[in-house]
Design a protein around this ligand. Structure first.
Ligand code: MSK
Length: 630
């Protein structure tokens, strides 16, 4: 196998333990310790049966006290909590998308941001009925971005992007009254419904949870993905490396962390500025090394091949290497712990967004208008900090894997086109992929997404499930921190084809792809929605008939719940390795794990045993194949 082996979770853990020794030496706190301090968790919170919605409470439901002071029962309370959780996630993703629209609105030929994919912009404009003929590309960008921004608050109608779904799916959404209206309206409506004295009917609360989720996946997130591509380029396959070994001992290391590529793109650009490189050399460094954490990492890896230092539960590790000059963050999934931790080292913890302000950080307000000067100031600060490194604390684990990333929907279609000469008549479609599935060369696909969560041994579920699935000829499309787990292990190295079943191995060889395809960050799950929509159209099957399932084995955030809701509502069976906080209500849990199937043709499946979770996915894929007669 050309000396190729996967990196094991045990090796990840040994590297982390060595870094924690450095942490102990300097009196640093760690998430591992905080988990111990917080365990056992509050049962009422964990089961979703604590209500803090008004100040008569908090009310906690027990057999002796089956109703809150207002009379709400356990099902109403768990349902309201679930809807509020969803609204938090939908608002977060969608606001990220809104920021990208604003950035596009200030794009100009001589400004901080340009249009890098005019073709995609024109395609979207045509889709939205905007006249493109003879129009300056920047005028078009401003017009389309304004239309996109109006999607957030439009008084009438539903989301424009819904038209991308197959008609059957659109009919289901209409029939079930879950077509998302204005994005902000669905979030507002969720908060209104869950206010004291409004909805306590579980069915109504779960129906709005699906609608609010759909306003994210087929609304705000899709804006985030599509307009990021317009601004920064649609990802195409590119080689990179992953894990902490991508940090460089003799270079200035700047870690970018968070989600919005508007910041990280600029940091990448200014790190290549000859003036900054000269400055780095003048302070004794060999140059400037940028690496990413969490979804920012996915964004810059997919577009520039910037290496990926790690995922969610590895964010403290980059500081613990003692070789991080600056960790620069924007929004979402950033541990406030980075403030005090960075104080134990020479690391500058730089916050940049008014949305995510934290103690013990250096705040440099980053805006689209001043992006260039902000990025330059941040890079300069990091470079000048190199001299403050304490060599005795530096330890970079010698651990990294090669990865090929950047499989946007367009890249997947293009890759298939180049290898399937016999399909000259279907250029630009997913038909070759459909044929692989129909013939059984590929049994199906799993969209694996989501975070790490200390409730699951970090990265184990992602990696073990992926290994099991590819062995069974099931191709993976992945995003978020799941993508980084795969990359760190080596599953995005093309040589990982040797771990696949014969069918998937053949596909990997023909298409020259790894068996686990990196589709991007958490907003980019909208790319997966486009992929399943096109697969359904090209196959003639409905989305809920496709041998495709979703999986978030280590999820933890509100965004993940919003994602889960739009994936399920799109008709994709979704498998979870962490139970949603609704266990206290048999009715809400029953709806999520069964009842909603009657509405949208899919539901959640929760299984904490990872091996059984994998078996259940394979079984569902095989059942779908049998139902299709393939
Ligand atoms: S960063 S939401 S921990 S995937 Fe998008 Fe990772 Fe989950 Fe954040």
């Amino acid at each position: 196998m050309d000396n190729f082996t996967l990196t094991t979770v045990e090796e990840f853990e040994a590297a982390t333990n060595r870094l924690l020794e450095t942490g102990a030496q300097v009196g640093a706190d760690s998430w591992q310790q905080r988990v111990k301090n917080q365990t056992p968790h509050c049962k009422f919170g964990e089961e979703g049966i604590c209500c803090r919605i008004c100040s008569m409470g908090p009310c906690r439901i027990t057999p002796k006290a089956p109703r809150g002071i207002c009379g709400c029962d356990v099902h109403g309370i768990a349902g309201r909590n679930f809807l509020r959780f969803t609204a938090g996630g939908s608002a977060t993703h969608s606001d990220h998308g809104r920021e990208i629209c604003h950035t596009l609105h200030v794009a100009s030929p001589d400004g901080n941001y340009q249009v890098k994919d005019p073709e995609k912009l024109i395609k979207i404009a045509k889709e939205w009925g905007v006249e493109t003929e003879g129009k300056d590309i920047y005028d078009l960008a401003h017009e389309v971005s304004e239309l996109a921004l109006l999607e957030y608050g439009k008084p009438f109608g539903t989301q424009r992007w819904l038209k991308r779904a197959p008609e059957k799916t659109q009919e289901i959404w209409k029939r079930e009254e879950i077509e998302p209206r204005a994005i902000d309206r669905e979030v507002s409506c969720a908060l209104h419904m869950t206010h004291m004295g409004c909805s306590s009917l579980p069915e109504a609360l779960i129906r709005q949870s699906l609608r609010c989720g759909l306003s994210d996946g087929w609304g705000g997130s899709m804006c985030g993905t599509e307009f990021s591509d317009v601004l920064f380029g649609t990802p195409m396959p590119v080689d990179t490396e992953a894990n902490l070994g991508v940090m460089e001992k003799d270079m200035v290391n700047i870690i970018v962390h968070g989600h919005d590529p508007s910041l990280s793109e600029m940091i990448v650009k200014y790190a290549e500025d000859p003036e900054m490189i000269a400055l780095a050399k003048s302070v004794g460094a060999k140059g400037i090394n940028i690496a990413g954490v969490c979804c920012t990492s996915n964004e810059v890896a997919m577009r520039h091949g910037i290496p990926m230092a790690g995922n969610f539960l590895q964010q403290e590790n980059v500081v613990l290497t003692g070789a991080c000059e600056a960790i620069v963050v924007d929004v979402q999934c950033i541990f406030p712990a980075l403030g005090p931790l960075s104080k134990c080292f020479h690391t500058k913890f730089v916050t940049t967004s008014k949305i995510a302000q934290m103690p013990d950080s250096e705040f440099i307000h980053f805006s689209a208008e001043t992006a260039g000067e902000n990025a330059k100031a941040i890079v300069k600060m990091a470079v000048e900090n190199f001299v403050n490194r304490k060599p005795e604390l530096v330890h970079i684990p010698d651990m990294k894997q090669k990865s090929t990333v950047g499989y946007s929907f367009e890249a997947i279609v293009k890759t298939l086109d180049t290898v399937t000469n016999s399909y000259v008549d279907v250029t630009g479609t997913t038909k070759p992929l459909v044929d692989c599935v129909r013939s059984g060369v590929l049994r199906g696909a799993v969209a694996m997404v989501g975070c790490n969560n200390p409730k699951v041994r970090p990265d184990t579920a992602h990696i073990e499930l992926m290994k099991k699935l590819i062995k069974n000829d099931i191709i993976l499309v992945v995003s978020g921190c799941s993508a980084q787990a795969a990359a760190k292990a080596g599953l995005m190295d093309k040589r990982a084809k040797d771990l696949c079943g014969d069918g998937l191995k053949r596909v990997c060889e023909l298409a020259d792809i790894p068996p686990v395809l990196h589709m991007g960050s958490c907003v980019d799950i909208s790319r997966m929605m486009i992929l399943v929509a096109e697969l359904a159209k090209d196959s003639g099957w409905d989305i809920n008939q496709l041998p495709v399932v979703g999986c978030a084995p280590e999820w933890m955030s509100e965004k993940a719940v919003s994602i889960g809701n739009y994936v399920v509502a799109t008709g994709i069976e979704t498998f979870l390795g962490v139970h949603p906080m609704v266990k206290g209500s048999s009715v809400v849990d029953g709806l999520l794990q069964g009842g909603i199937h009657d509405w949208v043709g899919a539901c959640y499946h929760v299984e904490l045993d990872i091996d059984k979770l994998g078996d259940a996915m394979i079984q569902t894929i095989e059942e779908k194949r049998a139902a299709l007669g393939i």
